[in-house]
Ligand binder design. Structure first.
Ligand code: URA
Length: 220
């Protein structure tokens, strides 16, 4: 609750004769972290001002991002698909289930990490985001990173890797190679949808190697 709203509630309560406030010390009553409040404010700003998401049509809803507002690890995908567009949550379809398995395999849960996309509205027919779309919506992803300040960023697939590392090189060249974004270590890996389409021992091993590297970097 923001300051003005809280003040209005207090004034109304006082007018109604309430002269004490019950204090709740349980974790459920704790104030949301300032990072969470900043993300909430950014979500509103994005929803009302993103020059891409406020003008495109054909999607059902904006998919802002989900997870721990102070996560050590942040995953970045491409754009919402059909299931994400339905639910308003990133990575909830088949690729999302694979991502969940990857997260669990490194001893974390979805709630521990933060998951977002380069583009926050589903492109028509799930096509790859256009550079012009990324240029308009992408800065909000950068603001999310600025608030969360993760220890490691994992871009999943080419569009996220290209945007975060500001490169034209694709995922096959950059997978498993550390880069940096604003001093934050970045390790590109395959998109889980690619992994599902190419479920070979070699591709699985490469993703597993990447995750091992990430975990040792976070725990260092
Ligand atoms: N693929 C993505 O890149 N992002 C999602 O949220 C879902 C599928």
């Amino acid at each position: 609750m923001d300051y003005e709203t809280a003040q209005r509630h207090l004034q109304t309560s006082k007018l109604m004769g309430v002269d004490f406030l019950p204090v709740c010390n349980s974790p459920q009553c704790a104030e949301p972290s300032s990072q969470q409040s900043m993300l909430d404010a950014l979500r509103v700003e994005h929803e009302t001002s993103c020059p891409h998401c406020t003008t495109v049509t054909g999607h059902k809803q904006i998919v802002f991002g989900t997870g721990n507002s102070s996560a050590s690890l942040m995953f970045i995908g491409e754009a919402p698909g059909a299931e994400e567009d339905e639910q308003g949550i990133p990575f909830v379809g088949a690729a999302g289930q694979k991502l969940d398995q990857i997260i669990e395999a490194i001893g974390l849960h979805r709630e521990d990490v933060y998951i977002a996309n380069v583009l926050k509205s589903r492109p028509p027919d799930n096509r790859t985001p256009l550079p012009s779309e990324v240029a308009l919506c992408g800065p909000y992803l950068k603001k999310q990173i600025e608030i969360i300040k993760p220890k490691v960023i994992i871009p999943l697939g080419s569009p996220a890797t290209k945007y975060i590392l500001d490169t034209n090189q694709g995922i096959t060249r950059l997978r498993g190679i550390w880069g940096t974004y604003n001093n934050i270590p970045v390790l590109p890996t395959y998109h889980p949808a690619y992994l599902l389409r190419n479920y070979t021992t070699e591709i699985r091993r490469q993703v597993w190697d990447d995750m091992q590297q990430v975990i040792s970097k976070i725990n260092r």
